[in-house]
Design a protein around this ligand. Structure first.
Ligand SMILES: Cc1cc2nc3c(=O)[nH]c(=O)nc-3n(C[C@H](O)[C@H](O)[C@H](O)COP(=O)(O)O)c2cc1C
Length: 224
């Protein structure tokens, strides 16, 4: 598949056909994804392939608390789970808010679920002492996760990066036997998408790119 098309059309697939994802195909997907970059090329990733129905149900159940909060914050007009503005939604409201099924169902409808972990003993977290939430260590694992989805796209498969279950990381660790120094980065349902989206809603370049400084002039299309 053409790289340009793959970049423009790899979407968050949450509905899948009943087609299986054979180990052979999954192996090929991971065999291409592994060329992702990571800090110091330390490749701290570990993928757990979950096919067992009960384990998937458990992962879906562990998604529910964060999904409730996500939905409740959306209703309140907030940016869910952002680490800057504390939520104004009270815990009982969150507890009463149903978890949207689109956030949980893919986990038991997909042909397989990949739990992608990263060894925190090998990532370079250069922002760990700053007075804000750390983002740099994610750069040593999410390029790999995204490569999985790009590679799956090339095989006619698709999935979604999900992170809601990570709010329950100690329970995910216990469920899957993950050691304490290893973080859960994403839970990725993978299957053959029911439909292939080709026009993704994304901001234009000029909306997020400026010259020289944050508030510099936008980078507009040449000739515009
Ligand atoms: C870091 C990250 C976390 C995400 N977490 C979830 C999630 O927990 N559940 C979910 O359904 N989608 C999740 N998504 C998928 C996004 O909602 C999706 O990529 C975005 O809405 C764009 O969708 P599109 O490619 O179909 O346009 C996540 C995506 C990223 C990059």
């Amino acid at each position: 598949m053409d790289l340009h098309d793959a970049l423009r059309t790899t979407f968050a697939a949450r509905e899948y056909t009943a087609d299986p994802l054979p180990d052979e195909t999954l192996f090929r997907i991971l065999d291409r994804a592994r060329f992702a970059p990571s800090g110091g090329n330390r490749q701290g990733w570990h993928v757990i392939v979950v096919r067992d129905g009960r384990t998937r149900q458990a992962l879906a159940d562990l998604t529910v608390p964060a999904a409730r909060r996500y939905a409740a914050q959306q209703v309140a007009g907030e940016n869910p789970w952002n680490p800057v503005d504390p939520t104004t939604v009270d815990p009982p409201t969150i507890e009463r808010t149903p978890a949207p099924t689109r956030l949980t169902e893919p986990l038991f409808r997909a042909a397989a679920v990949l739990v992608v972990c990263v060894d925190l003993k090998v990532v370079a977290a250069t922002d760990q002492y700053l007075p804000r939430v750390s983002v740099v260590p994610g750069a040593s694992i999410y390029p790999f996760v995204w490569n999985i989805l790009l590679s799956a796209r090339g095989e006619g498969f698709g999935g979604t990066i999900t992170t809601l279950a990570v709010s329950q990381e100690p329970k995910v660790r216990e469920l899957l036997g993950i050691p304490g120094h290893v973080a859960v980065a994403a839970v990725v349902p993978l299957g053959r998408p029911v439909k292939q989206l080709t026009r993704l809603r994304r901001k234009g370049v000029a909306e997020f790119t400026t010259r020289e400084r944050w508030n510099g002039p936008p980078l507009v299309a040449p000739g515009a």
